[in-house]
Design a protein around this ligand. Structure first.
Ligand SMILES: Nc1ncnc2c1ncn2[C@@H]1O[C@H](COP(=O)(O)OP(=O)(O)OP(=O)(O)O)[C@@H](O)[C@H]1O
Length: 363
């Protein structure tokens, strides 16, 4: 297994990129620890596959270096990098049996047959494929073929890293759930360095110790699921992670007070006044918004959704929408409702990026 350092990495597909928008991957410096489980999460086109393919060697970056355990592998071909990669669609030998497909990466490296057999059976058990080991891959369902692909990625124990590119896309939802937890367990047991590309937040948050959130070719935050939830470094992380996403609205911030449409809101920290051409916003997760009668920001309750274990109140304040999450059984006021924001969880963003205020002095 390897620690992966990405040094000043950037990539443009065209020969003469014009400014930052010409880059599919904007300059990036990161260390991914040996044995870590990482997810690359972001919307379609944000550069996840580009980054994964640079790590695997399928793409040579236009700038910077990829370093495995201190060794610069940037110009090494994929085969020399000692990695396993699992793609969105099955990459298997149709005419071979499931057993031979799983054994292939090991036999290729001249692993002795008894060790091959033990490992193939271990992986087949994990994937619940022991009863089809003798069947040819050709006749199997798309799900089963993709499981073989996953198995081929997981079968070697001497790889520097295992890279997954949306590996569960073609798998049915029930099985997806099961495979996701199995991958997590396998990671815990084996300590492989794993990098998992997905656009699905549930997949990323259940699989990874650290999630790398990407937007328009840029890493906007790398953090644990709790960090992404509690302190989104970018408004995009706030929207993209969580359901419903973080409430974000324009505000005028000066010192320890934010003003939203003339209504002052107290902030837990002090902020300098932003330059006039900057976009200043407040962000607060719906979980930290409470609705009460006659207190806080005056709002109208547009509707209340009961989603089983909790309720989501959809509020309007002027022309803004605010969501509030409340425990099951909460009764909302029929009139005079106000939204109260938990100050400890109010974040200030300038041009989309989180700003750290200074400790507020007592008045
Ligand atoms: N071979 C290529 N030539 C030119 N541009 C490309 C190429 N591959 C990707 N791009 C562009 O680079 C950007 C990042 O694409 P990439 O496939 O890495 O994103 P992604 O986040 O993996 O998206 P998806 O989830 O849709 O696969 C996109 O604007 C895409 O159009």
């Amino acid at each position: 297994m390897a620690r992966i350092d990405l040094r000043n990495l950037a990539h443009a597909y065209g020969p003469n990129p014009q400014g930052p928008s010409g880059y599919a991957l904007k300059p990036l410096n990161h260390t991914w620890e040996d044995g870590g489980a990482y997810a690359l999460l972001g919307p379609s086109g944000c550069g996840k596959t580009t980054l994964l393919n640079i790590i695997s060697g399928l793409i040579t970056p236009s700038h910077g270096q990829v370093v495995f355990d201190g060794v610069d592998v940037t110009s090494m071909p994929t085969e020399a990098r000692n990695i396993a990669q699992v793609f969105q669609f099955p990459v298997i030998y149709d005419t071979m049996t499931v057993y031979d497909n799983l054994a292939f990466p090991l036999r290729n490296r001249r692993v002795p047959e008894p060790a091959v057999d033990a490992r193939v059976r271990e992986i087949a058990t994990m994937l619940e494929m022991t009863d089809v080991l003798d069947k040819r891959a050709r006749g199997l369902t798309a799900d089963a073929k993709q499981k073989i692909s996953l198995g081929r990625g997981l079968v070697r124990s001497d790889v520097a890293a295992i890279l997954f590119d949306e590996p569960l896309t073609v798998i049915d939802p029930q099985l997806k759930w099961q495979l996701r937890s199995q991958l997590k367990q396998l990671h815990k047991k084996s300590g492989y360095t794993m990098v998992y590309v997905t656009h699905d937040q549930t997949e990323a948050l259940t699989f990874a110790d650290k999630v790398v959130v990407m937007l328009e070719g840029e890493v906007v935050q790398m953090g644990t699921p709790a960090e992404l939830f509690e302190r989104p470094a970018h408004t995009f992380v706030g929207y993209f992670i969580g359901s419903p996403g973080m409430n974000v609205f324009a505000a005028d911030v000066d010192g320890t007070v934010a003003t939203v449409d003339g209504t002052p809101i107290r902030l837990p920290r002090a902020y300098g006044k932003a330059q006039a051409d900057r976009k200043v916003e407040l962000g607060i997760r719906p979980e930290f918004v409470r609705v009460a009668r006659g207190e806080g920001l005056p709002v109208t309750i547009r509707k209340v959704e009961d989603v089983g274990s909790y309720k989501i109140a959809r509020l309007t304040f002027g022309n803004r929408e605010i969501a509030a999450v409340a425990p099951e059984g909460t009764e909302f006021p029929a009139d005079g409702a106000g939204a109260i924001f938990d100050p400890a969880h109010l974040n200030v963003y300038v041009d989309g990026h989180l700003v750290d205020g200074a400790p507020a002095r007592e008045a």
